[in-house]
Design a binder for this molecule. Structure first.
Ligand code: PA5
Length: 462
């Protein structure tokens, strides 16, 4: 089970920048209230994600059977999706598959895996340079069934498939979408695509543990039941309303308290390349969930904390100077891994150079973990708030625990901030403006609003 170490958030370790015992005691009732509020909401509205570890036995079996067919019949699996429909699959792939997965010889891996989240034309062209569409399964993932990026990708690919494959082109697409709304479900029914549903009440950034993430993971041979078990274990471990007995609630309360102390930046810094994209996934979860203009009472609050991704040790040679000596506006969350799945010994060969020789005989795992501890020390010594989430090792269960930990932390923190954690009006505004600029029917008023906006002066200096 993962452990959460928050010592370096407290006065005892970082002096006046840290929480006193009295401040922690004052946060506890607010945390309890948030836990209760979330408990009452659970399973209703947009919190159906909390039940995903418990209610997907039949779906998981269907996914595993479908994944086996994909592995048997195709060489490539391409996810077409963006935001929550892409970041979770990327994070879990990177965490649980070989680091050079696509480069392994065919006998040592399954189907090659690609996630096309952006709509950069050069990226799409590059994908088409390296895959044979006749040997490729595309998984179109969009909850709304309307997102411009994903639907553009779908249109481009289905056109290419129709030309390359002919009448069976529809056997190259699996749709993952809402059962009840949007265009993708209508297209899926019309064209006869195999379809998985994103349950109502599961928003994009909370969707990794439903078919959005489970199908790509199963295609990659990842133990999806292990992922779900890990998430269930974490959920059960966070049942208590006492934040001293609930790690995700404590983590939420500390970030909430830190925000009140002006710490407006949340740095997520895994010390493992396998977890690098977990930080990207976290950034969407934290930023999109907590960044809200108004609270539940309609009061303007402009809540939120800017999430920043970093990687240990790489960013020790980049960002850590700022984290140790820059403004006291951050909480740095380190993710550590106790035991790496494989380790490499640093060879002898520098006996006459004591400044290098001290490394010899140690392993890279020892080095990365020693540097993690050293960075914690440097941050603590300079009185910058930091906390650590420690995984015994990276496997399906601990990744499931990690996903659930951050989802629960986000939900609790949103409840403490008294905001709607599960909407994204700012994202919708950008989507709607795109529709209007492309003169989509129904968006005439938005187009008029955009046309009436002040025009930019020519302000470029050449
Ligand atoms: O968290 C969210 O809901 C969003 O970021 C979505 O994941 C993103 O906008 C993609 O939406 P959709 O799945 O509807 O294509």
């Amino acid at each position: 089970m993962l452990k959460f170490d928050f010592n370096n958030m407290t006065e005892k370790f970082i002096g006046s920048e840290g929480f006193t015992d009295a401040e922690l005691a004052a946060l506890a009732p607010e945390a309890r209230k948030a836990h209760e509020a979330f408990g009452k909401m659970r399973g209703t509205g947009m919190t159906a994600w909390a039940d995903l570890p418990y209610n997907q036995d039949a779906i998981a079996d269907d996914i595993i059977a479908t994944a086996a067919e994909v592995r048997k019949n195709f060489d490539n699996f391409v996810v077409l999706g963006i935001g929550g429909s892409a970041l979770g699959p990327i994070a879990v792939f990177t965490a649980l598959c070989h680091f050079r997965y696509n480069d392994l010889p065919a006998g040592k891996r399954g189907v090659k895996f690609f996630v096309e989240d952006n709509v950069d034309p050069e990226r799409m062209a590059a994908l088409l340079d390296v895959i044979d569409v006749k040997r490729t399964m595309f998984n179109v993932i969009t909850k709304s069934g309307a997102t411009s990026e994903t639907m553009s990708q779908y249109l481009i690919i289905s056109d290419i498939l129709k030309k390359a494959v002919g009448k069976d082109w529809n056997k190259h697409i699996i749709a993952t979408t809402s059962e009840s709304k949007g265009n993708l479900i209508k297209l899926a029914k019309k064209e006869g695509f195999k379809t998985f549903y994103i349950p109502d009440g599961v928003g994009g950034r909370f969707s990794e543990l439903c078919p959005v993430g489970l199908l790509p993971a199963a295609v990659l041979g990842i133990d999806i039941k292990g992922l779900l078990k890990g998430a269930a274990d974490m959920d059960k471990a966070c049942a208590d309303g006492d934040m001293f007995r609930n790690s995700a609630l404590m983590a939420a309360a500390l970030q909430y308290g830190a925000m009140k102390k002006g710490k407006n930046v949340s740095v997520m810094m895994p010390y493992a390349d396998s977890l690098k994209f977990m930080a990207d996934w976290y950034c969407q979860l934290w930023g999109e969930s907590l960044g809200k203009a108004v609270d539940l009472d309609g009061k303007v609050v402009n809540a939120g904390q800017t999430p920043v991704k970093a990687l240990g040790v790489t960013d020790q040679h980049s960002q850590v100077q700022l984290y140790t000596e820059g403004p006291f506006d951050k909480v740095i969350t380190i993710i550590g891994v106790e035991k790496f799945r494989t380790d490499v010994t640093i060879a002898d060969g520098a006996e006459e150079f004591p400044d290098v020789n001290f490394l010899c005989g140690h392993t890279m795992g020892e080095l990365i973990n020693t540097e993690r501890v050293a960075t914690e020390y440097a941050l603590t010594r300079s009185k910058h708030m930091n906390n650590t989430v420690l995984l015994p090792e990276v496997n399906a269960e601990t990744v499931g625990q990690l996903l659930m930990f951050f989802q629960l932390q986000t939900a609790y923190c949103g409840a403490m901030l008294n905001i709607d954690t599960f909407n994204q009006p700012g994202v919708e505004e950008g989507k709607n403006a795109t529709y209007a600029l492309f003169e989509r029917k129904g968006y005439e008023a938005k187009k008029a609003e955009l046309d009436a906006a002040p025009k930019k002066e020519a302000a470029y200096i050449i």
